[in-house]
Structure formats: C-alpha cells, structure tokens
Design a protein around this ligand. Structure first.
Ligand code: GDP
Ligand code: ZN
Length: 292
C-alpha cells in the first residue's frame, strides 16, 4: 500500500493512506543499513501488520522530488510566505531574504499578507503592488475576519506547501482556518496555558484534503544566502530578469556601473526602490563575507 509520511516521532512514522486513514509504522532495518532516513513528506510503501489497530511497516521510500533541510520535509511543491500588514509591521528586508532563499532552492513561492483588517485599502495596495509587480502571487487575507481565506484554498489545492514567515504574523491562525482535522495552538491559547510554543516541534504535515498538505514551521530561519556568490545575486531578483542583457556592460552587477538598465528601471519606477535597497544590502553582505 502507498501513503505519505505526515509525522515522525521517536522512530514511529505516521502514514496517511488515501481512503484508509493514518497508519502507525516503524521503518524496517534496511533503511538504517542504507543510511536513508524517512522524512515527513515522503511518499512510501507500507505493509499492514494490523488493519484494525492501523499498524504497519514502512518498507520503501519512493524517489523524492526535493528535500528541505530546515524544516526537514521532502516533496515540497511550494512555499507560502506569510507576513502581517501590521502588528508586527512588515519586515521587507526579511521578506526579500526569504524570497531569495526560495529562489536559490528553486521553490515556487506565493506571498500571503495577513491582518488586512489592520490597515487601509490604500496601504495594502502599495504593499501588494510592490510584489505583484515583481511577478509574485500575492494574496491578502484576514484570519480575524476570515476575509480572503476561501480564495486562498485554490492556491494550495493539490500541493504540499510549507508555510514560512516571522512569528506572530498569523501562520497558525490561517492554518487552523484551512484545515479541519488537526487543531493547532494559536499564540493566544498557548499563552493561557503558559507553555512555550514552537520549542521542540518537529516538522509535521497538516492535511487539508486528500492531496493537499501544509507544513507550518517554527521560524524558517535557515538562509541559504551563504551558498551564493555576489555575482549570482541578481539572478534571484526575478524582476531584473526582463532586463537581462540590456545593461551597457556584460556582467553588470547593477551597483555602480554606467548605462545600467536596472538603475534606469529604478528611476522610471518599474523596479521598487525598497527591493533595490535590499538587493544592495544583500550584495554588500555577500561581498563582506568573501573577505574571510
Ligand atoms: P503565528 O506565530 O504566525 O503562528 O501567529 P498566530 O496565528 O499565533 O497569531 C498571532 C496573533 O495575531 C494572535 O494573537 C492572533 O489572534 C492574531 N491574528 C492572527 N490573524 C489575525 C488577523 O487577520 N487580524 C488580526 N487583527 N489579528 C490576527
Ligand atoms: Zn546593470
């Protein structure tokens, strides 16, 4: 039988099989020998040991499409970056860094602006436009009023989506609204319980429907920027792509060079000043790093 690992705890894997539910499985010894560790998100084959108690053995890991390190999840189709329109204020430098991380990993990314109830329609439009103009899909929602939550579903349908973003932006609230089985703690509840949340939580998939899964991760903090050269940075700012080859100098870094098409686009307002500022910041960072 075939299923998907949605959770792994202390040597047990919880495997969702369409139409049959969740089986508790152990991985057979062969994986240890092969040094192959099953990951949440893996599509696997299992043999049933006890149908009534839903126990089984994990016998085979099917080929992975991809594999993220932090969070440790396999077969990720896309990332939904959540930010808040307000409270906490959008940290666009962080957003651009997250976008860069996803571009480096070639992960399709969508942006979700939550807490739209806290800002004016005008401010929301400015924020949304900044990223839709780059070519990103941006959806505004409010987990509080539930505005925009239903339209979010088709963007996730059929995919395994990792949800990323700073804490407090509403990731758990949105996830709670989207799913109907697992009830996750939102900040409010856990404050009442007095417990520290997001401390030792492992990656886990939350099932929205038969083929739609979410992975809400505490602090998607591993940035892969250290793996790239400053010269490569420009390739990951997707709004620069239409201007490729149009600068006076081949290999233009779009920093100080004369006849730079990106700088012209910036003057014309086709490229966001804020995005460009963050490009320069990341460029400087990569330049500094090389001195060591
Ligand atoms: P997470 O850390 O990203 O998972 O954020 P939570 O889902 O725990 O939400 C953090 C806080 O923001 C909680 O107090 C929520 O009630 C609140 N919150 C979440 N979504 C909204 C929203 O759309 N509007 C408003 N006003 N508050 C929200
Ligand atoms: Zn240039």
């Amino acid at each position: 039988m075939q299923g998907k690992i949605i959770k792994g705890i202390a040597g047990f894997y919880y495997i969702y099989v369409i139409g049959s539910g969740i089986y508790e499985c152990r991985a057979k010894g062969i994986f240890r020998k092969e040094k192959k560790k099953p990951l949440v998100g893996d599509d696997v084959c299992i043999e049933i040991l006890d149908e009534e108690k839903q126990l089984g053995n994990l016998t085979e890991i099917l080929p992975r499409k991809n594999e993220l390190v932090r969070p440790a999840v396999a077969n990720v189709d896309q990332v939904l970056i959540v930010l808040a329109a307000e409270d906490p204020k959008p940290n666009l430098a962080l957003l651009d860094r997250l976008l860069l991380t996803m571009e480096i990993q070639e992960l399709p990314v969508k942006i979700c602006i939550n807490k739209e109830d806290l800002i004016s329609a005008e401010s929301l439009k400015i924020l949304t436009d900044m990223y839709t103009r780059c070519g990103y899909s941006v959806t505004a929602v409010s987990a509080f009023t539930k505005e925009g939550i239903k339209p979010l579903l088709p963007l996730l349908e059929g995919y395994t989506t990792v949800i990323a973003g700073p804490s407090g932006v509403g990731k758990s609230s949105i996830t709670n609204l989207l799913q109907n089985e697992v009830v996750m703690e939102t900040g409010e509840i856990s404050h009442k319980l007095g417990g520290g949340r997001h401390t030792t939580r492992h990656a886990q998939l939350i099932r929205i429907n038969e083929n739609t899964f979410l992975c809400d991760t505490p602090g998607f903090s591993s940035f892969l920027t250290e793996n790239i050269e400053k010269e490569e940075l420009k390739n990951y700012f997707i709004e620069f792509r239409p201007y490729e080859g149009e600068c006076r100098f081949q290999g233009c870094a779009h920093v100080h060079e004369p006849g730079c098409r990106i700088k012209q686009a910036l003057e014309e307002g086709s490229i966001s000043k804020n995005r460009y500022k963050n490009y320069l910041m990341l460029y400087e960072e990569l330049k500094e790093k090389k001195r060591y």
